[in-house]
Design a protein around this ligand. Sequence first.
Ligand SMILES: [Zn+2]
Length: 126
Amino acid sequence: MSSKKQINKLGKLKKGILQEILSVQTMFPGSFNKVYGKCGKTNCWCYRKDKAGHPSKRITWSEKGVGKTKTIPEKDAEWIKSVTENYRNFRKKCREIQRLEEDIRKLLDDYRKDVVNKTRKLRQYL
Ligand SMILES: [Zn+2]
């Protein structure tokens, strides 16, 4: 395939990825997990030593280098799962775009050299 065709092909791929990720409306960094904790009430079932405690879901992320952890309401478990997935996917696609851009740049170098050589052949003094 000529470098021109390849450049156009990669350009289309990049455009497709951009359209895909720019349609994402919600995303949030971090990961979420399930933890168990005691509520502290002496009359609660979790007060017993052999019980792990109440399950709760937490999200952990980093903001300006500071770690943050928040408890997620049960009803938001699926939502958090999807917005953190969106975030990871967005980052992944950005890396794909970066790789495509590097490939395009290399191909443009080849293309430039090729055209310069062809042009050179058009005039004896070049
Ligand atoms: Zn309890």
